[in-house]
Every structure is written in C-alpha cells, then in structure tokens.
Write a protein that binds this ligand. Structure first.
Ligand SMILES: Nc1ncnc2c1ncn2[C@@H]1O[C@H](COP(=O)(O)OP(=O)(O)O)[C@@H](O)[C@H]1O
Ligand SMILES: [Mg+2]
Length: 256
C-alpha cells in the first residue's frame, strides 16, 4: 500500500503572525506568509484535516529554534532550504504548535509529508548527525525515511499516526516485535524501548520505531527482549529469547 496521488494547491496570503516567545522577540516579524491548503486528495478522498489543518500557518523557521535563539542553527537550516515551517501539531511551543518536543529536538512539519527535527539549543548532544546515520542504518522498514541531515537537523518522512498504547492489537504487537528484530539484525540497540510509548508511532498499516538519539551499535543488541520484559510483561520469554533458547517464531507462538 502507499500514498497515491496527492494534489495540493497552496494559496499565499499576507497576514501578521508573530513569534510571541519573549526570548525570540527580536526575531519576530509581521507580514509572515500564510498558506492555506485548499485541496488534498488521497485515494480520491479529501484529507484536509487529516494531514494539514486548513489554516495551518507557515512561520519563520527562527521561531522554532528553542529554547534560545541560535544564529548558527538558523543559518544551517536556511542554507539547507528551510525558511519556514508550519505551526501545526498537538504540542505547544510558546504560541506555536509543533508535532513533537523532546529533550533533544523540536519536530515541525515543513512540507505535507516531511518533518524537520531541529536540535534544541540546550540538547545534551552537540550534533544530530550520529542519530541521523543510525536512523538511516535502521532503514525504512523500521524508521521514518531520512532525506537530509546536518549538525542541527534531520529531515525525515512525516508519519501520520499515534503513540503506542498499553493494550494494542495482536497484529500491532507482532509488527512492532518484527521491526525490533530487524533492528537487531542491523546491530542497533535502540535503548529506549523499555519505555516505548513515545518512541513508537502506530500508523494506519504499520509501526515505526523513531528517535535514534540514544541508540548504539552492539554485537548483541536487545530490542525484542526489552519490549518483552517491560512493555509486554513477559520477562520469561525475553530471557529465553536473549539466550537464544527460543527462535523469534517460537517466541511469537508462545506469546499468544
Ligand atoms: N517522523 C515523524 N513524524 C511524525 N511525528 C514525529 C516524527 N518524529 C518525531 N515525531 C514526534 O516528535 C516527538 C519528538 O521526537 P523525538 O525524535 O522523540 O525527539 P527527542 O529526541 O527530542 O525525544 C515524538 O515523540 C513524536 O511525537
Ligand atoms: Mg524522544
């Protein structure tokens, strides 16, 4: 399955939008451009609200540099072609909306199907390059596709979905375990799968493991075991699997 034809007509309209965060006051400006998404069709159905709210605003990229403005970050983003991002998502960033706000990055929509993870200026890591490389190594079977990256950003595929919940359907759990297993084949240990809620996006037809900020390369990575022991409360199976006493298929048949 996949997205079919998308048709998006964007109309520009002048409107004064301010980046209200006090710390960024001097970079605020009136007369930002507001784009209105008029038409989006997916399999012939209108999905205006699903992907982009009708009145999502395009805001200067500098407004998403958080918590304090950095010229270096803005220059890198602009050089890579990002002058604006949408004020869109469930999380608040001052007066703006964003898709995500973690300890390392702010995630914003820059195109209908692309998001930018912008390194927070107070992030514990100096660069997002290692994270981006691990996400590329994880591959599209497991993680959102990476299009571009730099010290202060990762441009990746936008995943429309929700966070993992406590009680998921059998198919979703199998799908997630399978992707966690693929990560092991690639010698990647994710490290944050014992608390998987925010690190797994459940989309309409599959799961995605996101955020490779803490991930490392290991000879014997443990992702499946972490999910079994913590999320699925089956430490017994986790131990057997990590000691190679049972195969992945045996694990699945014993789990359900
Ligand atoms: N590709 C994506 N598509 C949609 N939402 C995303 C995507 N990547 C991240 N997010 C959202 O942004 C949040 C923060 O991203 P994350 O990579 O976990 O940042 P951090 O490293 O700061 O924790 C996620 O929990 C998720 O809700
Ligand atoms: Mg995170």
């Amino acid at each position: 399955m996949g997205w079919r034809r998308w048709k998006i007509i964007l109309y520009k309209r002048e409107k004064g939008i301010r980046c209200r965060d006090n710390s960024q006051k001097e970079y605020s400006s009136k007369g930002e451009v507001q784009y209105r998404e008029l038409l989006a069709t997916k399999h012939g159905r209108s999905t205006n609200n699903e992907i982009l709210e009708e009145n999502s605003n395009l805001v200067k990229i500098s407004c998403f540099i958080y918590p304090t403005y950095s010229k270096e970050v803005e220059e890198e983003l602009r050089k890579a072609g990002f002058d604006y991002a949408y004020s869109f998502g469930q999380k608040n960033l001052g007066s703006l909306k964003v898709l995500g706000k973690g300890k390392t990055g702010i995630v914003v929509l820059v195109e209908p199907y692309k998001v930018l993870k912008i390194r927070r200026t107070d992030a514990p890591k100096e660069t997002l390059e290692i994270e981006a490389k691990l996400q590329i190594k994880a591959g599209e079977e497991v993680a959102p596709r990476v299009y571009d990256y730099g010290k202060n950003f990762i441009l990746m595929e936008y995943i429309h979905g929700r966070n993992l919940m406590k009680n998921e359907r059998r198919e979703t759990i199998i799908d997630l375990l399978e992707r966690a297993r693929i990560l092991e084949e690639k010698l990647i240990e994710h490290k944050e799968l014992s608390r998987p809620w925010k690190n797994v996006i459940v989309s309409y037809n599959r799961t995605y493991i996101i955020d490779y900020d803490s991930a490392t390369i290991k000879e014997k990575p443990r992702n499946v075991t972490k999910l079994l022991s913590n999320y699925l409360n089956r430490r017994d199976l986790g131990v057997k699997y990590s000691k190679s006493e049972i195969t992945f298929d045996q694990l699945l048949s014993q789990l359900f």
